[in-house]
Write a protein that binds this ligand. Structure first.
Ligand code: CDT
Length: 325
């Protein structure tokens, strides 16, 4: 058995004017709580250091720039570095999402994996499936989702990696095989399958999912906000459970939750899912909350060796449309 204690750190609302440093303090509190419960890997939400700013149109470029991290290595720059320093002190690996601005001025919705053992950011993922629109909606009452305006689609692909932990042999073969996704990516089976084909054992996914947004969302205008919200939560769990099952892997989903700026609601529902599609832990609130689960990575083998043994059962000669269209 290859047992690991993992956690999702759900973050309650972060408002437009919340100072970054204040949010970092909350993230550190969640990290410490996860470490006290024995977790050695903690996943934080998408764009964890700020409000979900893509719902707003910013006329002033400097206003928008303030939501981005401009330093190449946020584990070494203020105020974000305090989170990584604490992770180092506690010996806990973290995956955290942030708005990345490159030195060339390119903008990505990114997540990084920090290894406490190596004391460095050892993997980066840039969100591939960018939802929403470039232009704001004409309907004045609508809540915008301007991710297409603010972020380029990620250019790093879906690269699985091994996180150095309690190595079972010299080449690291006992270390967990991990992959990162960000929010809307979790609804696309192709993204999971790219990781599944690399033998992924744990998918790490931060998210910000609106509870009610009939302009964009699979929830119709005829639905009450209550039904729309429970549908959004059900669809979130559906994709985490189904894709974990179909790729025989664990998954950890950490969301931002609750009412940002008193009016924009994000679903909670942070969860940890097993390779048979079963929910192992689930958030009970829409505020700051840590959920943990002890997982045995060897439980991925049952599916990988039998029902979803890709080498034995996939029929790649029939899948051309998936990449051609
Ligand atoms: N942040 C993010 O990707 N949210 C999307 C909702 C997009 S609605 C235009 C999600 O899939 O949860």
């Amino acid at each position: 058995s290859r047992i690991l204690k993992v956690a999702a750190a759900q973050l309650g609302p972060v408002h437009l004017d919340t100072p970054r440093a204040e949010t970092v303090v909350r993230l550190i509190r969640l990290l410490k709580s996860a470490a006290r419960q024995g977790a050695t890997l903690v996943v934080f939400p998408e764009l964890a250091f700020t409000t979900f700013f893509a719902r707003h149109l910013f006329d002033e470029p400097t206003r928008l720039e303030a939501f981005f991290e401009h330093d190449k290595d946020i584990s070494r720059s203020s105020p974000t570095k305090a989170l990584f320093e604490e992770a180092q002190r506690l010996g806990v690996d973290i995956c955290v999402g942030y708005a990345e601005k490159t030195p060339e001025g390119r903008a990505f919705n990114s997540a990084i994996y920090y290894s406490a053992k190596q004391d460095r950011v050892m993997a980066k993922y840039r969100k591939v499936h960018i939802p929403g629109t470039r232009e704001p909606l004409p309907d004045k009452a609508a809540v915008n989702h301007l991710e297409k305006r603010y972020f380029e689609p990620g250019d790093l692909g879906f690269q699985a990696f091994r996180a150095p932990g309690k190595r079972q042999n010299a080449d690291g073969a006992g270390d967990p095989i991990l992959g990162m996704l960000i929010c809307n990516d979790r609804r696309w089976p192709e993204a999971w399958r790219c990781y599944g084909l690399q033998g992924v054992e744990v998918i790490l996914c931060g998210y910000n999912t609106p509870a009610y947004n009939p302009h964009f969302w699979g929830t119709s205008k005829a639905m009450s906000p209550e039904i729309a919200k429970s549908t959004a939560i059900a669809q979130h769990k559906l994709v985490m459970q189904a894709n974990s099952y179909m790729n025989s892997c664990f998954s950890i989903a950490a969301g931002k939750a609750g009412l940002e700026d008193g009016q924009y609601e994000l679903i909670g529902g942070s969860c940890i899912v097993g390779p048979e599609g079963q929910i192992l832990a689930e958030a009970a609130t829409t505020d700051d909350e840590v959920i943990c689960a002890e997982i045995d990575l060897d439980e991925c083998r049952q599916g990988k060796e039998h029902i979803f043994n890709f080498a034995q059962h996939r029929r790649v000669e029939t899948y051309r449309r998936v990449v051609d269209q």
